[in-house]
Design a protein around this ligand. Structure first.
Ligand code: PXP
Length: 249
């Protein structure tokens, strides 16, 4: 369905753990941040358990699974280790992302088209366990078509390039990227996929993305945790939500 107007906000709390891990302390606690995010209006919580555990830890995932009221979107690479963890916890959603140790953040989307068979086999047990499987991909038609072909329930479109062009003042490239995201969302929706988007979104970049009618969820983390330093986490989430709602009005 092209939304009832409601656009969900998934709050990614990875970088609460980044700050904690910088000092090897017990605080700030990602679960406490997640509960606060729920109270402030997050529709779900996203956490990425990276292979190198640079932010979220295995114990964080256990505590989130136990302690959250809203759905957990568990981000992970397509590895056997992560699949076993997901099958043990059976989170509401599993978002498969490409992962490279040397990257600072998830740089690009998955190459679903180049890896159909392996990914199809990889996601089948997760879907069978009741997790909504989401693939984090670029807006290219061949990636979207491949995601539909292998039976994913959801695609999350990577908004990182759009945000980077905006930050660099490359407005033509930004607008072309936005147009491609709009076309990608339309194609994905037409193929029966639920469509999400995220990566790098800020108050300045969220509005045109939130206005894409086929989108039903945005996942936002780094900027909200950064704004929390100045404004507090709840006000930052409320302001982001207000921008998303205004874009849909
Ligand atoms: N969606 C996915 C699939 C991601 O990997 C990330 C980053 O972990 C995000 C959304 C959130 O990106 P950001 O932290 O830049 O808002």
């Amino acid at each position: 369905m092209i939304s009832d107007g409601k656009l969900r906000l998934g709050v990614n709390i990875d970088h609460v753990a980044t700050v904690r891990n910088a000092r090897g302390s017990a605080y700030p606690d990602p679960l406490r941040a997640a509960k606060l995010a729920e109270e402030a209006g997050a529709d779900g919580i996203t956490a990425h358990l990276r292979e190198d555990r640079r932010h979220i830890s295995d114990v964080d995932i256990e505590r989130l699974v136990e302690g959250l009221e809203r759905p957990l979107n568990f981000e992970m690479a397509a590895t056997g280790e992560m699949q076993a963890i997901a099958l043990r916890h059976k989170p509401h959603a599993v978002c498969i992302v490409p992962e490279k140790r040397e990257e600072r953040t998830t740089e690009g989307g998955l190459d679903v088209a180049g890896d159909d068979n392996r990914l199809a086999e990889f996601i089948a047990p997760l879907s069978a366990a009741g997790c909504r499987v989401s693939l984090f991909i670029g807006h290219q038609a061949r990636q979207i078509e491949a995601a539909a072909r292998i039976g994913a329930a959801v695609v999350e479109l990577h908004t990182g390039a759009y945000c980077d062009y905006h930050a660099d003042g490359e407005t033509e490239k930004r607008d072309a990227e936005l147009e491609a995201l709009r076309a990608g969302a339309k194609l994905a929706h037409g193929l029966g996929l639920e469509v999400h988007a995220g990566h790098g979104l800020t108050y300045d970049t969220v509005t045109p993305i939130a206005a894409i009618p086929e989108l039903v969820e945005l996942n936002i983390g780094h900027f909200l945790i950064a704004e929390a330093i100045f404004d507090g986490l709840a006000p930052a989430i409320k302001r982001m939500r207000a921008l998303m709602e205004a874009a849909r009005a």
